[in-house]
Design a protein around this ligand. Structure first.
Ligand code: NDP
Ligand code: 8X3
Length: 248
């Protein structure tokens, strides 16, 4: 059983992942900004869950983490880079530049910092696994996807390059690229409106956070010689659209 660190454990995928992995006997460190949510998880999951209040944009805090975690929690074997967000659905020419910066700071810089902080320990122990939640938005463009999709494209290429750098070590790397997934706060955060966030899923049967957690449970249980580079998953009710044409 492993020590797992999952970022963004206060909601959605991260919370479901923490719940699933603790139920399977792992010890899970869960991070997020909302301390009350983390404390509530600790109440339900018990000592196998370590709540850790952390903002993904706090570079100093992330860099010091490997040395400031309680000693019995320091040998993180599985890092799950899950924390992230989309903000806005406006076209690039209308989008809020501050929203773009927040997405880059969280989905790219925070994820990179976290990965860099824990990789040396994994390589030194010659054991470890880095999983990141990318998105189909990193592969397929859509209107309003602009910087959010670009952050997830960065994630995909960073994971591929990590795999290359880690060749010769036992450290594994996977990028998980989900499509439409309900049951999380993703769309409410993106649209800054809970009701509009719920409406995104009306008449659909989307993926669930538990589907993501089940996929991660499967991945972490794979034999150590096997590396799944990437997984792209969508609900059956979703598929890629065609290319757009402006007819005059
Ligand atoms: P939620 O909004 O439900 O959860 C997002 C999590 O990220 C929260 O725990 C939040 O914690 C954390 N987070 C966001 N910003 C920060 C920050 N600055 N510092 C620390 N933690 C932060 O969304 P999901 O569970 O749906 O999303 C999880 C991941 O999955 C994201 O990376 C998202 O891009 C990706 N994804 C989501 C899909 C979907 O359809 N839902 C599909 C494909 C990918 P807190 O606010 O407490 O800090
Ligand atoms: C979330 C999936 O399609 O809303 O990454 O971009 S989508």
């Amino acid at each position: 059983m492993a020590i797992v660190l999952v970022t963004g454990a206060t909601a959605g995928f991260g919370r479901a992942i923490a719940q699933r992995l603790v139920s399977e006997g792992h010890r899970v460190i869960g991070t997020g900004r909302r301390k009350a949510r983390l404390d509530a998880l600790r109440e339900t999951l018990g000592e196998a869950f370590l709540p850790l209040e952390l903002d993904m944009t706090d570079r100093t805090g992330i860099r010091s983490l490997p040395d400031t975690l309680p000693p019995e929690w320091r040998e993180v074997a599985v890092l799950i880079n899950n924390a992230g967000l989309a903000l806005g659905v406006g076209k690039a020419q209308e989008a809020d530049i501050d929203d773009w910066e927040t997405m880059i700071d969280t989905n790219v810089s925070g994820m990179v910092e976290m990965t860099r902080a824990f990789l040396p320990g994994m390589v030194q122990r010659n054991a470890g696994y880095v999983l990141t939640i990318g998105s189909i938005a990193g592969s397929y463009p859509y209107v309003g996807g602009n910087v959010y999709g670009a952050t997830k494209a960065f994630v995909a290429q960073f994971m591929r390059n990590l795999r290359t750098d880690l060749l010769g070590t036992a450290v594994r790397v996977t990028n998980i690229e989900p499509g439409m997934c309900g049951g999380s706060e993703f769309s409410a955060v993106r649209l800054r409106d809970e009701e509009k966030g719920r409406d995104v899923y009306k008449g659909t049967d989307p993926l669930t956070p538990e589907d993501i957690a089940a996929t991660i449970s499967w991945l972490v249980a794979l034999p150590p010689h096997m590396n799944v580079n990437a997984i792209e998953m969508m609900p059956v009710c979703q598929a890629a659209g065609g290319l757009a044409v402006d007819r005059r």
